[in-house]
Design a protein around this ligand. Structure first.
Ligand code: GLN
Length: 485
């Protein structure tokens, strides 16, 4: 198998056998980025010198016999993670000149594992979007069809993996931003249980929902990456103090006795027929592997979008108040006084979608509307979590489509925010409940566009989700298909 297509385990094996060096491997992917990025726009920042210096350090660790499992394997980072000395833009004009003075916890962990950075990937502005079209640095193109979006907000990460410009990448998921782009580009991505991966140094969008996770070509690769990313961090007050797990431990366990729950609400109106057919075929594949399917109900899941679009903007309006022209990034060049400076900076520095969220958030938190919107949304958030708790009494894992359709055309939904928001119908409930969710490829539609299968597990059931996904990927080859570029 070529370097371009090899699994992370295979790359690590070649590195430890010294049949390839980290410098050669990193250069290989930098060359692919050099050839492909102008058409795909997956990367905002590439800095070969920095990447190769990190690779040389990894080679020194390998030579000294101090390598850990993925030492020397390069990875791309979503531009939402502060990385010391790297431009960290969050897809915004507001931070277009911001060089981070420290490393996010996630970046620290990859550095500690000796994994060089291939650069920073493009994303929707402040992770608000489902198509990557809100990025200040222009949209990312879907490698399966450049007239279509790769999904968002981790669209650069997803497209980079699909086009094999990176063997793996980090993403973040507030309402679906790992799983939805994974589905649209035919890759595998996992949003862990809330609190498992530290949010320190990850630019905040909606803090009670934001969670970082791995994106890669397979479940096995995601398990290896999750081993690197997770762990308690005293710098994040919601980081969970749990003993370290090996997420690869159950990959090879057969599925006999496993119960998958199919929420009837996820197979209802609005689901594209190609997607429905592929997901149903995946259910019968899992049955052949020994799993049993049961019907479950998530009666309040239909309220997830309205609830999310109250809570996420409320938190965003507060989080984004720090971008005021004083402390970070952009400042309006001309202004009369302090208030005028704030106003002009924010008017010029934020794009339309970010402003919409700030306005909605300020509105739902304001005196007089707080009870009617914010408080009400918090109550329904609890009901959604309770539905999952009920469902997990009769099943080990919930299964359904990741998205209602496949990758849509650039511009197709950008004029209608509600249409755009509806894309996250199936992914948002897991964020509201804090549950882990995953998307993996399960087929193609009539336009040869990838289809995503979603797994949602109970709290801390990542190892089980990865096992189911790995067993499915051993029996199928959807995840090995590559776009022609
Ligand atoms: N598409 C959703 C939004 O626009 C989710 C984004 C995300 O998960 N970061 O808010």
């Amino acid at each position: 198998m070529s370097l371009t297509d090899a699994s992370l385990a295979a790359l690590a094996a070649q590195l430890s056998a010294k049949s390839v060096s980290s410098r050669e491997l990193t250069q290989h992917f930098l060359d692919r980025i050099g050839t492909l990025n102008s058409a795909i726009n997956a990367f905002v920042t590439v800095d070969a010198e920095k990447s190769l210096a990190e690779a040389a350090a990894a080679d020194a660790l390998i030579a000294a016999g101090r390598a850990v499992p993925l030492t020397g394997v390069p990875v791309a980072h979503k531009d939402i993670f502060c990385a010391e000395g790297w431009l960290t833009t969050c897809g915004s004009k507001m931070l277009a000149n911001f060089v981070a003075p420290y490393d996010a916890h996630v970046i620290q962990r990859f550095k500690a594992a000796g994994m060089p950075s291939l650069g920073k990937t493009n994303m929707d502005e402040f992770a608000m979007g489902s198509s990557n079209e809100t990025s200040y640095f222009g949209p990312v193109k879907n490698p399966w069809d450049p007239a279509r979006v790769p999904g968002g907000s981790s669209g650069g990460a997803a497209a980079a993996i699909a086009a094999r410009m990176a063997p793996a990448a980090t993403g973040t998921d507030t309402g679906g931003s790992i799983r939805q782009p994974a589905a649209f580009t035919g890759i595998t991505g996992l949003k862990p249980t809330y609190g498992l991966v530290s949010r320190y140094g990850m630019i905040a969008f909606a803090s009670s929902l934001d969670q970082a996770g791995p994106m890669a070509k397979s479940a096995e690769d995601c398990a290896l990456l999750l081993n690197v990313m997770t762990g308690f961090d005293p710098n994040d007050s919601t980081s969970l103090e749990r003993s370290k797990e090996d997420y690869t431990r159950d990959l090879d366990k057969p599925l006999a006795g496993l119960r998958v729950g199919l929420p009837r609400e996820f197979f209802a109106d609005g689901l594209n027929s190609d997607v429905a057919r592929a997901v149903e075929a995946a259910v019968s594949d899992l049955r052949k592997l020994g799993a049993a399917a049961v019907e479950v109900s998530l009666a309040n899941a239909g309220l997830a979008i309205p609830v999310y679009y109250v809570l996420a903007p409320a938190e965003a309006s507060s989080n984004l108040s720090r971008f005021d022209g004083v402390r970070y990034g952009y400042r309006a060049p001309e202004y009369t006084d302090l208030n005028d400076m704030y106003a002009k900076t924010r008017a010029q520095g934020f794009g339309a979608e970010v402003k919409r969220r700030i306005l909605i958030g300020a509105y739902v938190l304001s005196h007089g509307y707080y009870d009617a919107y914010y408080l009400q949304a918090q109550k329904i958030r609890r009901l959604i979590a309770d539905d999952f708790a009920q469902a997990f009494k009769v099943c080990d894992l919930i299964l359904g489509p990741t998205t209602p359709g496949t990758a849509f055309r650039l511009g197709e939904k950008s004029g209608d925010p509600v249409k755009m928001y509806l894309n996250d119908l199936y992914t948002i409930p897991a964020n509201l409940a804090g549950l882990p969710g995953m998307s993996l490829p399960c087929g193609f539609d009539s336009h040869n566009l990838p289809i995503g299968l979603q797994l949602v597990g109970n709290y801390f059931s990542e190892a089980t989700m990865l096992r189911v996904a790995h067993q499915y990927q051993r029996a199928t080859d959807w995840h090995t298909r590559m776009p022609t570029l």
